[in-house]
Write a new protein. Structure first.
Length: 400
C-alpha cells in the first residue's frame, strides 16, 4: 500500500510540475507577445499541444522511474507512448503553422503591386497542407512501429512495397494527379492566390488553392470549384500573372457622321476625372466600319481588374450619354434609297479628311513610350533583303 501511495504521489507531483512549467512559459510568452507577433502566436497556438505533450512525458517518466510491476503496466505505458507521439505531432504541427502565419503576416497581399507577395502566399498555403499531411503520416508510422507484431512484419512489407505501390498508384491515379498538379501550380506561377482569371467562361478571382482543388470566386460571389489538374491540362486566361495593372475596352456602334475628335476629348476627360484610371492608356479608335455604322473602341487601363471593370462601365455610360446629348443624329440608323437611281458618275460630295490627334489618344501601338513598347512586343521580325539582286530590281513575292 505504501508503494502504491508513493507512486501516485510521484506521478501527481510530476504532472503538477509539468503543468506549472508550461504555465510559466505561457505567461512569459504572453508578456513578450505584447511586442512580438511571433511570441503572441506561439502563446496562443502552441499552448495546449505543449501542455499535453509535457504532461504525458512527465507522467510516463514518473511511472517508469517509480512504479514497479503491477497488472497492466505494459499496456499503460504503451498507451502513454502512443498519446505522447500524437501530442508531440500536434505540437510540431502547431509550431510549423505559427511560422507560416508569421510569414503570411509579414508579406500581406492587401497592398499595391503585390505580385511577389501573392506568389509567396500561394506557396506557403500549399506547403502548409503538405507539412500537415507529412506530420500526420509520420506520426501514424511511428505509432504503428510501437507494436512488436508490426515491426516483425517490416521485412515482408518492404518486400511487397513495389507491388503495393503500383496497385495504390493505379487505384488513386486521379487523386495523385491532382496532388502533383497542385504542387506544380504552387511553384510554376501559372496561378496564384488572388489572381484574376477567366475560366469556363466565368470571370473571377482565385480564392483558395489546395492540393486537390482550386476555388474561384466569381464576380457575383458564386464559387467555381475545379480540380487542380484542370489548370495544368486546359487553357485559361490569367489577367494578373505578371502584374495587377490591366487594359480593357468599351465598344460602341454609332453612325458614320459622328465626330471622332470630340468623343476622344470626352473620353480623356472621363478618364482624368476618375480615380479608377491609372494614367497609362486612354485611347479611342475606329475598329470597324461596315453595315452602315462604325464601331468605336475605347481602350483604358486600371491598376487592377476590379477597378478596370468599373472604369469600363463608367466610360461606356459617359460616352453613351454624350452621344445622346450632343450627337443624336449619330445614333445607329438604317438607310434605304427609295428615289430614282443616281447617275454612275454623279459626284458623291467632298471627302472629309481628319488629321491625326496630336495627343496620341488615337493610337495603341505607337505615339508614346507605352504604345511603342506594346508595338515592339507585337511586331514581327524585319524582312530580310533579297539576296543576289540589286534593291531596285529585286522581284516581289509571287512574281516570276
Amino acid at each position: 500500500m505504501s508503494s502504491i501511495l508513493t507512486t501516485v504521489v510521484v506521478v501527481a507531483g510530476a504532472a503538477v510540475a509539468a503543468i506549472v512549467l508550461v504555465e510559466i512559459a505561457h505567461l512569459v510568452l504572453s508578456r513578450l507577445g505584447r511586442r512580438s507577433t511571433l511570441a503572441a502566436d506561439l502563446a496562443r497556438t502552441a499552448h495546449r499541444p505543449f501542455q499535453a505533450t509535457m504532461l504525458l512525458f512527465a507522467v510516463q517518466q514518473a511511472l517508469r522511474a517509480r512504479a514497479g510491476e503491477f497488472p497492466g503496466r505494459d499496456g499503460t505505458l504503451h498507451t502513454l507512448i502512443i498519446a505522447f507521439i500524437a501530442c508531440f505531432a500536434w505540437l510540431v504541427g502547431a509550431l510549423v503553422l505559427v511560422l507560416e502565419d508569421v510569414a503570411l503576416d509579414r508579406w500581406r497581399t492587401d497592398v499595391p503591386d503585390n505580385l511577389k507577395r501573392r506568389r509567396l502566399k500561394t506557396q506557403v498555403v500549399i506547403l502548409r497542407r503538405v507539412t500537415v499531411a507529412a506530420i500526420v503520416v509520420l506520426a501514424l508510422g511511428v505509432v504503428l512501429m510501437t507494436f512488436p507484431g508490426i515491426r516483425a512484419l517490416g521485412a515482408s512489407l518492404l518486400a511487397s512495397a513495389g507491388l503495393a505501390s503500383v496497385i495504390a498508384a493505379l487505384a488513386a491515379q486521379s487523386a495523385l494527379g491532382n496532388v502533383f498538379a497542385g504542387l506544380q501550380l504552387a511553384f510554376s506561377d501559372a496561378i496564384k492566390v488572388d489572381d484574376v482569371v477567366v475560366v469556363e467562361g466565368e470571370w473571377g478571382r482565385i480564392e483558395e488553392l489546395t492540393l486537390t482543388y482550386v476555388a474561384v470566386q466569381i464576380w457575383d460571389d458564386r464559387r467555381l470549384l475545379l480540380p487542380t489538374s484542370y489548370f495544368t491540362t486546359k487553357p485559361f486566361q490569367n489577367w494578373t500573372r505578371t502584374g495587377s495593372a490591366v487594359l480593357g475596352t468599351a465598344e460602341l456602334d454609332v453612325d458614320w457622321s459622328v465626330p471622332i475628335e470630340p468623343m476622344r476629348a470626352e473620353l480623356r476627360s472621363v478618364c482624368e476625372a476618375s480615380e479608377l484610371w491609372d494614367g497609362r492608356v486612354c485611347v479611342l479608335q475606329v475598329t470597324d466600319a461596315v453595315g452602315g455604322s462604325i464601331r468605336l473602341r475605347a481602350l483604358v487601363s486600371a491598376p487592377d481588374a476590379a477597378s478596370l471593370w468599373d472604369l469600363r462601365c463608367l466610360v461606356r455610360e459617359r460616352l453613351v450619354g454624350w452621344v445622346w446629348e450632343h450627337q443624336r443624329d449619330a445614333l445607329p440608323r438604317v438607310r434605304a434609297d427609295v428615289g430614282p437611281p443616281h447617275e454612275t458618275n454623279a459626284p458623291l460630295g467632298p471627302v472629309v479628311r481628319r488629321e491625326p490627334d496630336a495627343s496620341g489618344d488615337d493610337r495603341v501601338f505607337s505615339g508614346g513610350d507605352d504604345g511603342e513598347a506594346r508595338g515592339a512586343a507585337f511586331a514581327g521580325p524585319e524582312p530580310a533583303p533579297a539576296v543576289g539582286f540589286p534593291p531596285h530590281i529585286a522581284s516581289s513575292p509571287g512574281e516570276d
